[in-house]
Write a protein that binds this ligand. Structure first.
Ligand SMILES: [Zn+2]
Length: 817
């Protein structure tokens, strides 16, 4: 095997020429599709600048914001990750595979990937904070991984233990290539952190094995992964080893995508195949919008960006810019994350950004940041670093508890108090993904070009790099993100001429710039970066002062979930309201535009800026059998907003990011709205309040903002119950059933009945003619009048399917017939 040079830790420059000898073009405007980029015709063409990221090992983070979080990550999250991986059987699966065992495998098919991600995080940690005990622990785990590898290089414990004769038979669902990708990323990280080849050699053997199987040349087979990841990982492996076959294999997986391979693999007739979930519906260069599973989409786009950085393929470039615009103009949460829907862990339609049911998987926010980081390096345009910053300070950081031991997989922007972080997950992709991001955080902060140092994130500490023939150190002093003032001091052996390029964030309404105490009246702003070119000397001082007012944010009117609402933001931080700071129910509060909001220091969470002000509160009128009534008087209540990333770190309670500007007028319903709702199976996916919110569906397939369903329970008998504080008299009920055929696993139920509570317990109704079941309409039943304090709707689900309810209404006994 080829000998590798001593590793240059985390250098992201390219050690070899790209195997494809296309010149890296200074692409002309027409090639890049400038209209798709949204540039005015006179703007500079978006040249591929190919900046080099400054490795995180060259960045010292020494501030009050990130340093404690990173220390918690190192001392708490990474050990918790390794312990849970041990406990959940991820490591034992390798021991089983090494012994040739055929039983005893634990967990889903992608268990290996979570261990690899944990190793990647731990390796990054070793690179900045040497730790012999951790180093030794990784060696021991890696030895088990190496022992499990088969003679031909193959390595996947699920297949080796459970299905050794089924290798590569289900690329769509069984995640072999996805797991391999995470192995490659971990191997590169471990090699660069420690200089040891132990895991890298394993990765190389497996990469060679995969390369011998997949490709376009005769004798090789077609295909690509159901879950992208290996593409960007192969590019990393190519950069470290210099082996061009790895780049070519990554390119093959990217360029082949969209041939509807999974239809053939699963014998699905093409006229009945919708491959959009896997980004496999149309050829990759034809994509117009972001689609399908959110993590897959962004890992794929990150890999595609890596490929275009080398090939400059104009079709691929155009696709990336088209899809980027669709993503960021129509599909990103204000918290920087993506993927509104739980049913496909991904996208639905443009502007569909519900709050209560927002999925916004932590991994998806990370994937979006990874894609944007690559674009930031490729183009040197601040819009990409803006997206990275938005994700890091909000959606990503929310993924882990303040103490580093609990994690969010799903990140809603509103909660009724029933959504909390978990110590671990059966599908444990998110915890190690957060850990590896925080452990390598400095790598997102700076980039260099031939004669410029680019500052993308503002973090107190220092960065060292080589620039224009000089060793350059830049000291940074700031209290960001709580204060927008950032001071930079170059440290140089001798004067050096280069540019400092300082990002002006997209949230910033105004900024000033000083060099050695003198204001720069009209600083040059290029693609979102202030450009200061001069000969720098030791002792020079640059001060960037970014105005950081409290801002009210509105959403595009097409985002119906946020119509008439506002979110609070200051600097990069998006805020939320938590029940812990308020005596009143949060859904009664509204915040008219004229109400003043101010930022205040708070000792909460070790010292943060909170937002204080007054909101108004108004009780919902009771419209039961009333056409007119006096409007209730609103009353002032004090408002406290805390950073979104910190929510659910105190006592459990409700949370909201978006607040109404005026009192809400919820749809008025009947007696059902006065009932408390309970359900046989509670989960974060089941929004039981949706069942009596009065919002009438237009079809069974509509995806409402709040929905009661029992998924992932399937085929079982379940119930939902209304309980009233006083007896009610009823003679009928009607149900509008949910059915998400084509998107999810809810179907019409097999049957349903209703019981009511009597002194002797639950009793069947008397006299119902039938319990009809139909799509797209109310399914109504009438029964002999009853007096009760509770009704229970019993639902028998079809075998293999879940069921859900849009709305359940009751008819009062004295309602007119
Ligand atoms: Zn995840």
């Amino acid at each position: 095997m080829k000998r590798l040079p001593t590793p240059e830790p985390f250098v992201v420059t390219h050690p070899v020429s790209p195997p494809t000898r296309l010149p890296v073009l200074l692409l002309c405007a027409s090639l890049l599709g400038l209209t798709a980029l949204g540039q005015p015709p006179t703007a500079s063409p978006p040249v591929m600048l190919k900046l080099r990221g400054v490795p995180f090992t060259q960045v010292i983070i020494d501030d009050a914001f990130w340093s404690p979080r990173r220390e918690t990550n190192r001392l708490s999250s990474i050990p918790v990750n390794l312990a849970m991986l041990e406990q959940s059987g991820n490591i034992r699966n390798f021991e089983l595979a090494a012994t040739g065992a055929r039983t005893g495998y634990s967990g889903p098919v992608f268990m290996d990937s979570d261990l690899y991600k944990g190793l990647e995080a731990a390796s990054y940690s070793l690179a900045t904070d040497p730790d012999p005990a951790l180093d030794g622990r990784l060696d021991a785990i890696i030895a088990k991984i190496a022992a499990a590898q088969q003679p031909d290089g193959y390595l996947n414990t699920h297949f080796q233990v459970n299905a050794p004769d089924q290798r590569w038979t289900n690329l769509r669902d069984w995640h072999e290539l996805y797991c391999a990708g995470h192995l490659f990323e971990a191997a590169v990280a471990h090699y660069q952190a420690t200089g040891k080849r132990s895991l890298l050699d394993v990765a190389i053997r497996f990469a060679d094995c995969i390369d011998s199987i997949f490709g376009k040349t005769p004798g090789k087979r077609p295909g690509y992964p159901g879950h992208p990841e290996i593409e960007l990982a192969l590019v990393k492996l190519w950069r470290v080893t210099g082996e061009p076959r790895y780049f070519d294999l990554a390119r093959f997986f990217i360029e082949e995508r969209g041939q509807q391979f999974f239809a053939a693999e699963h014998q699905t007739p093409k006229d009945r195949y919708d491959g959009s979930y896997w980004q496999d519906d149309i050829p990759i260069c034809d994509h117009q919008n972001i689609k399908g599973h959110a993590v897959r989409a962004c890992y794929l786009l990150a890999g595609a960006t890596d490929i275009t950085a080398e090939t400059a393929d104009p079709e691929l470039v155009r696709m990336i810019h088209r899809v980027w615009r669709n993503t960021h103009e129509k599909n990103v949460y204000v918290t920087g994350g993506i993927g509104p829907s739980a049913h496909n862990e991904g996208f639905t339609v443009d502007y569909d950004l519900p709050n209560l049911t927002a999925y916004q998987e932590t991994c998806a926010t990370i994937a979006l940041a990874l894609w944007n980081h690559r674009l930031a390096l490729l183009y040197g345009d601040a819009r990409y670093a803006d997206a990275v910053e938005r994700a890091l300070y909000n959606g990503v950081l929310a993924g882990v508890a303040q103490d580093g031991t609990k994690f969010f997989y799903v990140n809603p922007l509103e909660s009724r108090g029933n959504h909390h972080r978990s110590p671990w997950f059966g599908c444990a992709c998110c915890p190690p993904n957060v850990a590896r991001t925080l452990a390598s955080l400095g790598g997102y902060a700076y980039a260099v070009s031939d004669d410029a140092l680019w500052v993308n994130l503002f973090i107190q500490g220092q960065v060292k790099t080589r620039l224009a023939g000089h060793d350059v150190r830049l000291d940074v002093t700031t209290d960001y993100p709580w204060n927008g003032k950032v001071q930079f001091k170059p440290r140089l052996d001798s004067p050096a001429t280069f540019e400092l390029r300082l990002r002006r964030p997209d949230w910033c309404p105004s900024a000033t710039l000083q060099v050695n105490g003198a204001a720069i009246a009209q600083p040059m702003l290029e693609r979102g970066y202030y450009v200061i070119r001069r000969t720098w000397s030791n002792g020079d001082e640059i001060v960037l002062d970014l105005a950081m007012p409290v801002q009210r944010v509105a959403a595009h009117p097409n985002v119906t979930a946020n119509l008439g609402m506002t979110a609070i933001r200051r600097g990069p931080i998006v805020y939320c309201l938590e029940a812990a700071d308020h005596d009143q129910p949060l859904d009664r509060l509204f915040l008219p535009p004229e109400r003043e909001l101010v930022a205040r220091h708070s000792p909460l969470f070790g010292g943060i800026q909170i937002i204080r002000g007054t909101a108004l509160q108004m009780e919902d009128p009771d419209w039961h059998r009333q056409l007119y009534q006096p409007l209730p008087e609103p009353r002032e209540v004090s408002l406290t907003a805390v950073p979104y990333y910190l929510w659910d770190n105190r006592e459990a309670g409700a949370m909201r990011v978006w607040l109404p500007l005026a009192p809400r007028t919820p749809p008025a319903g009947g007696l059902e709205q006065q009932a408390a709702v309970s359900v046989s199976f509670e989960s974060g996916n089941a929004q039981i309040q949706g069942i009596h919110d009065g919002i009438e569906p237009r079809s069974s397939g509509e995806q409402p903002s709040a929905l009661c369903h029992w998924w992932p329970h399937k085929g079982t008998q379940e119930w939902v119950q209304y309980s009233w504080p006083k007896p009610v008299n009823l003679r009928g009920a009607k149900v509008y059933w949910f059915d998400d055929t084509g998107r999810g696993e809810c179907r019409l139920p097999a049957s349903w009945t209703i019981e009511y509570l009597t002194e002797n317990g639950w009793s069947p109704l008397r006299g119902p003619a039938s319990y009809p079941i139909a799509l797209d309409q109310w399914c109504e039943t009438q029964f002999d009048p009853i007096t009760t304090t509770a009704l229970r709707l019993l639902v028998k689900m079809q075998p293999g399917w879940a069921a859900g309810i849009h709305e359940w209404k009751v008819t009062e006994a004295d309602d007119p017939w």
